[in-house]
Design a protein around this ligand. Structure first.
Ligand SMILES: Cc1cc2nc3c(=O)[nH]c(=O)nc-3n(C[C@H](O)[C@H](O)[C@H](O)COP(=O)(O)OP(=O)(O)OC[C@H]3O[C@@H](n4cnc5c(N)ncnc54)[C@H](O)[C@@H]3O)c2cc1C
Length: 368
C-alpha cells in the first residue's frame, strides 16, 4: 500500500513528487507509460516561462502562472539550471493598439511586474529586425531547459525514496475502503495491482481517460496540435527577446511566435489545429509552410520562405466545454464527488510548465 500514487511523470507529476518528497515522509509510487520521464507534452513546448498577462484574473491559470513564474526562476538559480529571463514583446500595428492596451490592463490586474507599452522607436532600439508600430514589453518572461528542470525534480524525488514504474500504464481503477486499487499493465503485458490512499492523476493527454475510470462525468479533452518551424542558421542570435503577435483567441493559442533556446536557434510556432479525434501524430506538415511564412512576415523584417524548415510538434490537452477554445485548468480533489483522496489535473496546457512548481506545492499541501 502506497500513501500516494502519481500517474504521469511529466513536468506536473514530477513537480508534485518533488514537493511531496521535500515536505512529507509519504511513500510515493510514480507510474509512467513511457520508458523514462518527460516524454509527453512536456518535451514538446516553447519552453517559455510566461508572465501571466494573458489569463483571466481569478482563474487557475492566472494564479498558478504568476506564482509559478518566480518559483521557477528561483528554483533554477538555486539548482544551477539554465534559464534566460530575456523578456518579450507582444507586437502590433496602429489598429491593434486597443487590444494591446487591454492585454496590458489584464497584466496589471494579474500583478505582472515589468510591463509597459512601447512605441516604434523603442521597438527598433530593442529589436531592429522587427516590424511593428506598438508593443507590450514584458520584462519577466523567459526561457528555460525543461529537460533539466524535470531531471532536477526527478533527482529530488528519488533522493526521497520514491518508486518509479516506467513502461507501465494505468488501465483500470477501483475505489476500495482504504483508497484505490489500480490495475497497471507493465512492459511484458502483465497486469499488476497497486493500492494507494491518494491518487494524483497527472496523465497529461490521457488525464481525462484516467479520470473517467472512476467518474464518467469528469471533464473531457480535445487535442489541438501545434507545429514549429525553425529558422535557418543565418538567423541564429538575431533576436534578444521573444516576439509574439496578439493572441489568436479563435483558435485558443497565443499566436505563431518567435522563440529560441539555449543555442540561440530561432523558431516560429506553434500553429493551432484541432486533431481528428485523439490522434497523437507529431509529424510537422509541409503544407503549413505558407502559413508560417505569412505569419512570420507580419513582424520579421527580411524573412524569406527558404529560411523556414519543419521542426517539431506538440499537442495541447484542451478541456472541451461550451465551445470555449481558451478553457481554464481543471485541478480538483474529488472529495465532494465521493472520491476522497483522488486528485485530478486535467487540461494542463500552457502555462503548465510555468505553473508546475506552484501546482506541485499546492497539491503537496492538500495531501499534508
Ligand atoms: C505546443 C505547446 C507549447 C507549449 N508551450 C508552453 C510554454 O511555452 N510555457 C508553458 O508554461 N507551457 C507551455 N505548454 C504547456 C506545457 O508544456 C504543459 O502544460 C505541460 O508540459 C504539461 O505537463 P504534464 O505533466 O501535465 O503532461 P505530460 O508531460 O504529457 O506528462 C503526462 C505523462 O503521463 C503519462 N501517461 C499518460 N497516460 C498514462 C497512463 N494511462 N498510465 C501511465 N502514464 C500515463 C504520459 O506518458 C506523460 O509522460 C505548451 C504546450 C504545448 C502542447
Amino acid at each position: 500500500m502506497f500513501d500516494v500514487v502519481i500517474i504521469g511523470a511529466g513536468i506536473v507529476g514530477l513537480a508534485i513528487a518533488r514537493s511531496i518528497g521535500e515536505t512529507t515522509n509519504k511513500s510515493v509510487l510514480v507510474i509512467e507509460k513511457e520508458e523514462s520521464f518527460g516524454r509527453g507534452i512536456s518535451s514538446r513546448s516553447s519552453e517559455v516561462i510566461h508572465s501571466g498577462i494573458y489569463y483571466k484574473p481569478g482563474s487557475l491559470k492566472a494564479k498558478y502562472c504568476t506564482l509559478g513564474r518566480d518559483m521557477v526562476y528561483d528554483f533554477c538559480e538555486k539548482n544551477d539550471i539554465w534559464y534566460n529571463r530575456c523578456g518579450k514583446l507582444v507586437v502590433g500595428r496602429h489598429h491593434q493598439s486597443e487590444e494591446l492596451n487591454t492585454l496590458y490592463k489584464n497584466g496589471q490586474e494579474n500583478d505582472v511586474p515589468e510591463i509597459q507599452i512601447i512605441d516604434k522607436k523603442e521597438i527598433n532600439n530593442l529589436e531592429p529586425n522587427i516590424k511593428a508600430d506598438i508593443a507590450l514589453y514584458i520584462g519577466c518572461t523567459g526561457i528555460i531547459s525543461t529537460h533539466d528542470l524535470m531531471a532536477a525534480f526527478y533527482k529530488i524525488s528519488q533522493e526521497n525514496d520514491h518508486d518509479y514504474l516506467f513502461k507501465s500504464q494505468i488501465i483500470d481503477v477501483r475505489q476500495v475502503d482504504s483508497g484505490y486499487e489500480l490495475n497497471i499493465e507493465n512492459a511484458r503485458g502483465e497486469v499488476e495491482k497497486a493500492l494507494a490512499q491518494w491518487v494524483i492523476n497527472a496523465a497529461g493527454l490521457e488525464s481525462d481517460l484516467v479520470a473517467h475510470m472512476i467518474d464518467e462525468d469528469s471533464p473531457s479533452l480535445r487535442y489541438s496540435k501545434g507545429c514549429y518551424y525553425k529558422l535557418s542558421s543565418k538567423w541564429r542570435g538575431a533576436f534578444k527577446h521573444l516576439i509574439y503577435p496578439l493572441p489568436d483567441e479563435k483558435h485558443g493559442s497565443l499566436g505563431i511566435h518567435l522563440s529560441f533556446d539555449e543555442t540561440q536557434m530561432m523558431r516560429l510556432g506553434p500553429s493551432a489545429d484541432w486533431t481528428d479525434g485523439k490522434e497523437e501524430n507529431y509529424d510537422v506538415e509541409e503544407y503549413l509552410l505558407d502559413q508560417f511564412y505569412s505569419e512570420g512576415c507580419q513582424y520579421i523584417r527580411g524573412l524569406e520562405k527558404e529560411d523556414l524548415s519543419p521542426d517539431y510538434a506538440g499537442i495541447r490537452p484542451k478541456i472541451w466545454m461550451d465551445e470555449n477554445p481558451m478553457p481554464d485548468f481543471y485541478i480538483s480533489h474529488e472529495q465532494e464527488k465521493g472520491f476522497p483522496g483522488w486528485i485530478n489535473l486535467i487540461g494542463i496546457e500552457s502555462p503548465g510548465l510555468t505553473s508546475a512548481i506552484a501546482i506541485g506545492e499546492d497539491i503537496a499541501s492538500w495531501i499534508r
